[in-house]
Design a protein around this ligand. Sequence first.
Ligand code: ZN
Length: 166
Amino acid sequence: MRKADDSENPLLSPGQAGGSTRSALMRRVKQKHTGPEILLRKILHRLGFRFSLHVAALPGTPDIVMRKHRSVIFVNGCFWHGHDCRRGALPATRREFWERKIVVNRARDARVERQLLDDGWRVLTVWECAITGKSRLPRAELETLLTTWLRHGAESASDALAGRKT
Ligand SMILES: [Zn+2]
């Protein structure tokens, strides 16, 4: 998954943290095999989809790649990727620091998506708030949305699943 999970504390200011804490925090931005990602993989597996994980040969190293469907899925952490939801809210302290970081992440996400679409891939972004926490979608709904997008195609080649507004 592209980022940190809920247990991470974006309020931890790098100015307060020691060097090792800071680099640990930054490493988690690209953390793989996080809870939401594993849950999504289990759902896809049960639905009968085959996929590869973290394919470095593709732009952005997509978390899940389904070659048969020419589709990739990114599982995005709401904070690090600047989702318009409660988890995506910036902390009050060192706001500019985080804002800059997240603007860079969002620009990279957009660039990666453009490259994948240009290469004929379909791109689904699943926000962590769709999978975990209070805002998560009911399992049956999540399964239906995933299946519909993967099997029957969406109107657009790119789409996103987000949690409910809470
Ligand atoms: Zn979100």
